[in-house]
Write a protein that binds this ligand. Structure first.
Ligand code: FAD
Length: 402
């Protein structure tokens, strides 16, 4: 019996997970087409930093980390973080859980070794076409372009895992939006997510003076989300673990309304109640800056307050309000090139429960190219895994049922 063919476009994390999950499917032939000369470029970049493969939060708490939840919910339940860790162990990628529940490859295991372990787990005979761009669709096939020429490839199933549009050096350029638009698939322009945020020019002195410093043990709230953590001051604004999740929410919401019109609120003492803070401020008669220093607010935090609080409110009676709820609006995002992920891509309503395009049968989209968002801390790779694992399960069954 002749084998069915699965063509996969893109050679990043979602492709790697998908192939590893298809390991035992010998009734298929797998052809990968990727625009780079090696696999997993962004995966390796992720490995240079923290390399959080997933997050050790209770599995039932995974779905709320994603926006919109519906497209991923069931997949995150079936292929949750525990299942992922079990699979990693099977693929000879031992892990450990670090602080803040992030799950890393075992200490001493290099990113390239993690990638190799996945490759060793690919189905035998997987055929990889490097330096080969997906450029568009024909009525039945897919147009790819190698060094010399463009050709049309056909297959029983086409799996797209072309990624987002940050860190273009890794191959994730997001140029494929146009090709999907041409077949009438709704897409959203890419915007940076999980990125630094730029403050208005009125904060220039604050940024210049304090760049490189961190303000720790704070929380930032935006709409109903509260993120505890810290941020670093850069030459243009703020970045860091409390800023990235907020930037992702802002990225999605600023499609509707300009970024400057959104306000986030910083609590510079989340561990103190308003009452406790009011008691600490009571009966103090020094200058406000000295009072704040006595209460152990850092120089950077005091400067941030000074740059934000209206002059007429700079007094001990009013400052308690601002310490708990400092309103900040940002001017822009840092460039998408620097962002850890991107918001945008294939509209989630264009795919069905198995990530199959409703308008093009046997054509699937997985990974960051679909328009869902989440925060850093292992949640991005977890979603790529849950999507890839679900699709692998679905296509394995599709073959058995015939
Ligand atoms: C600095 C950094 C650190 C990160 N750290 C973490 C982390 O610690 N934990 C975490 O969970 N996530 C992390 N991420 C995010 C994570 O790496 C991505 O979410 C993940 O790689 C997305 O996988 P993907 O397969 O959807 O896309 P990608 O990995 O981006 O892969 C897309 C693939 O498609 C190929 N491609 C694109 N266009 C074409 C085309 N036209 N034709 C052919 N091929 C094409 C690309 O070359 C690439 O191979 C990090 C990202 C960055 C940038």
């Amino acid at each position: 019996m002749s084998k069915k063919v699965i063509n996969i476009y893109g050679g990043g994390a979602a492709t790697i997970f998908f192939l590893a999950k298809m390991r035992d499917q010998d009734s298929y032939t797998f052809n990968v087409f990727t625009n780079k000369s090696t696999l997993g470029r962004k995966f390796l970049v992720a490995g240079k930093g923290g390399f959080n493969l997933t997050n050790d939060c209770p599995p039932e708490q995974l779905p709320p980390y994603y926006l919109p939840q519906a497209v991923l919910q069931e997949k995150l339940k079936t292929y949750d973080n525990k299942e992922f860790v079990d699979f990693l162990t099977k693929a000879k990628i031992p892990t450990y859980t670090g602080s803040s529940r992030r799950i890393f490859p075992k200490k001493g295991m290099k990113p390239i070794e993690v990638l190799q372990a996945f490759k060793d787990y690919f189905p035998a005979g997987t055929n990889i076409n490097f330096d080969c761009d997906f450029v568009g669709f024909t009525p039945k096939g897919v147009r790819v372009k190698g060094a010399d020429e463009e050709r049309i490839v056909e297959a029983d199933f086409h799996v797209f895992a072309l990624g987002g549009a940050s860190w273009t050096i890794t191959g994730s350029k997001g140029e494929w939006l146009k090709a999907f638009h041409e077949i009438d698939v709704k897409t959203h322009a890419f915007q940076p997510a999980n990125c630094g945020l730029v403050l208005p020019s009125s904060y220039a002195d604050f940024c210049n003076f304090h760049q490189g410093e961190a303000i720790k043990n704070i929380s930032i709230s935006y709409n109903d989300q509260v993120i505890l953590g810290e941020f670093n001051i850069t030459s243009t604004g703020l970045e860091g673990n409390a800023i990235y999740p907020i930037s992702t929410l802002l990225s999605r919401n600023s499609r509707e309304k300009e970024l400057e019109t959104h306000t986030v609120f910083i609590d510079l003492k989340p561990q103190w109640t308003e009452e406790k803070l009011a008691n600490k401020l009571k009966f103090r008669s020094d200058t406000l800056s000295r009072i704040l220093k006595q209460l152990k607010f850092s120089k950077a935090a005091i400067s941030l307050l000074k740059a934000t609080v209206p002059r007429e409110h700079w007094n001990v009676e009013m400052i308690g309000f601002y310490l708990k709820k400092l309103p900040i609006s940002f001017e822009s995002f840092r460039p998408i090139e620097e962002a850890i992920s991107s918001s945008g891509g294939i509209d989630v309503d264009e795919v069905d429960d198995n990530f199959e395009l409703k308008k093009r049968p046997n054509t699937f989209c997985i990974g960051e190219m679909v328009d869902w968002d989440t925060r850093t801390g292992g949640f991005l790779l977890q979603a790529c895994y849950s999507m890839a694992a679900h699709l692998a399960g679905y296509l394995s069954k599709a073959d058995e049922s015939e």
